[in-house]
Design a protein around this ligand. Structure first.
Ligand code: HEM
Length: 535
């Protein structure tokens, strides 16, 4: 209710504070921009960035050891050194930007100057010894542009497109099989909270991906499939962790075992994809007469077209990259479930929306579908709020030329951290209560004064500065898949089950600044809702 009040036009005391904060912030950013313009006109370009003093060899790595994670540490340092500062981390010179105007400059206005990625050893290990094989971890290039455009229609399907319809269809089909798997004999220990829901849930998302991208699915009991799903999840967890060796490559001998493990994981995944997916597709490719059945066909057909510019390796890595996206969604759904359990009113409100939609007259489907999304603004806002509160960091960018940010010189090869922790959680952007879990902050009523009384369905609105999928030329390609599959899974689970925590410490196990939950995470108790479990 408090959050909803914030949307009214007559400001409350709390709103007044928020407006003042936001105005102050905007004024400060405008003053900074004016200063820079004046300095430039006077030929006095600022050259030196402020920042913490660096120790020999280690730089300021020790300053990032914070209980809230490195991005909270970046925010703490921003209070001392400003919205842009320099920090040396081991061998890397880094710049941290924390205001929306500077973030836009890095990602949009000067996006072409910051298209590189850091050269971490771990990234190479995961992609056959060369991180440029990966779509997310490579430097910007013509090849990357080609790979992104090849993926666009499948991984960013437009509303109303055949791909969007297919996405919705496979999501509902798999959600239904997931519901059956959850209630069968072998899953009773999961429902009782004795075993984690995560592996089964990840299997469901992985199947949504393989159905959609490869026109195939695997049994939840298929051991090879379960192992690959687990491996993808281990990689997702690993990639979301910071390691000293990323910045101190001379530590490599101490990480030999870890690097070997990453390599083995990657090899296992590649073997599975080749044997269980690609071989079958190649065998039937002739029958499609140049019209791709799915993303896998599109990739294989592109390989055969003259002047494709893509190698066999590129195709395999691209498919692997996108299939791996299922882990991000599985982890996000786990976080949505956990947050809705910790804040039990959230669960009830999602269930109320599911029940209303499913009770519509003439309704034949037993589950909520993607087409129902417009009727379920609260549920959608829970997805955004979970992304906001977990504040998944944006993959660091790297300057590919000598350039400047905010009038400060930035040398080629500088690593740039886009500190979205502040954009997602800062009071100056969200007002008082910015760290509380309140999905209502995304709901907007046409007549705010009547919110709650008028029966009007609010619209979901995201403020411009909220960019959980980043923005600009390297923005996340998978965001429509995230929104679609997450919505269908969350509504399937909550429409059928009441969920509670298996132990009392769930809130303390949700890590800030991280959209990944450990591969062996918290357990949940799922109780079938009376009268809601028939298919
Ligand atoms: C919780 C879910 C997800 C979140 C929060 C997320 C967020 C992000 C962010 C912040 C970036 C970095 C953009 C930048 O560097 O400016 C990114 C890149 C990327 N994401 Fe996602 N993502 C998610 C799921 C997915 C999924 C499901 C896929 C694929 C199916 C995917 C594919 C990619 C790719 C390929 C890139 C690299 C783009 C490039 O560098 O050109 N993501 N994502």
């Amino acid at each position: 209710m408090i959050a909803r009040n914030r949307l009214r036009s007559g400001p409350t005391e709390e709103e007044g504070d928020t407006v003042a904060w936001e105005k102050g912030k905007l004024r400060k950013e405008k003053d900074q921009a004016d200063d820079i313009k004046k300095d430039k006109r006077a030929g006095r370009m600022k050259k030196l960035l402020n920042g913490p003093r660096a120790l020999p060899l280690f730089g300021s790595l020790h300053l990032l050891a914070s209980p809230g994670g490195p991005f909270e540490a970046f925010t703490r340092l921003a209070r001392k050194y400003g919205d842009i500062y320099e920090i040396r981390l081991g061998v890397a010179t880094c710049v941290v930007v924390s205001s929306y105007s500077l973030v836009k400059e890095v990602l949009i206005t000067k996006g072409s100057h910051f298209g590189g990625r850091p050269d971490f050893l771990r990234f190479h290990q995961l992609f056959g010894g060369d991180r440029n094989n990966s779509l997310a971890l490579c430097d910007w290039s013509d090849l990357q542009m080609k790979r992104r455009s090849l993926a666009r229609s499948f991984c960013s399907p437009r509303r109303g497109s055949p791909q969007q319809e297919e996405l919705s269809r496979v999501a509902t089909l798999e959600a239904s099989q997931f519901m059956s798997a959850l209630t069968n004999e072998e899953s009773q220990d999961v429902l009782r909270g004795e075993r984690s829901l995560k592996p089964l849930l990840l299997g469901a998302v992985a199947n949504m991906f393989t159905r959609y991208m490869c026109s195939t699915r695997f049994s939840y009991a298929d051991q090879e499939f379960c192992k690959i799903v687990r491996t993808f999840d281990e990689i997702f967890w690993d990639i979301n962790q910071g390691y000293a060796v990323d910045f101190l490559p001379w530590l490599r001998p101490f990480y030999a075992g870890h690097m070997k493990r990453l390599n083995n994981w990657a090899t296992g995944i590649r073997t599975f994809i080749l044997k269980r997916i690609i071989d079958r597709h190649r065998a039937s490719l002739d029958s499609v007469n140049g019209v791709p059945r799915d993303f896998t066909d599109a990739l294989l057909l592109h390989l055969e077209s003259p002047g494709s510019g893509l190698s066999w390796e590129h195709i395999i890595f691209e498919l692997e990259d996108f299939l791996g996206g299922h882990s991000a969604i599985g982890n996000l759904v786990m976080l949505i479930l956990a947050n809705s359990v910790v804040h039990s009113e959230v669960q009830s409100k999602i269930q109320a929306e599911c029940d209303t939609v499913l009770a519509q007259p003439g309704r034949s489907r037993a589950l909520v579908t993607l087409e129902d999304r417009a009727d379920m603004p609260y549920t959608e806002s829970v997805i955004w709020e979970t992304l906001r509160i977990s504040s998944s960091p944006i993959v660091p960018h790297v300057a590919t030329q000598d350039t400047e940010i905010g009038g400060y010189n930035v040398a080629k090869d500088t690593v740039v951290f886009v500190n979205n922790y502040e954009l997602n959680l800062g009071e100056s952007y969200w007002g008082p209560g910015s760290r509380e879990f309140r999905p209502e902050r995304f709901l907007k009523y046409s007549v705010p004064e009547a919110a709650g009384d008028s029966g009007e369905k609010p619209k979901v609105r995201r403020p411009e500065h909220f960019v959980p999928f980043s923005t600009g030329k390297r923005t996340c390609i998978g965001q429509r898949l995230v929104q679609g599959f997450t919505f269908v899974l969350v509504t399937a689970i909550f429409s059928r089950f009441d969920i509670s925590q298996a132990s009392e410490d769930l809130a303390s196990r949700l890590l800030p600044g991280c959209v990944a939950v450990p591969p062996d995470p918290f357990h949940l108790v799922l109780v079938p809702r009376a009268g809601k479990s028939d298919d």
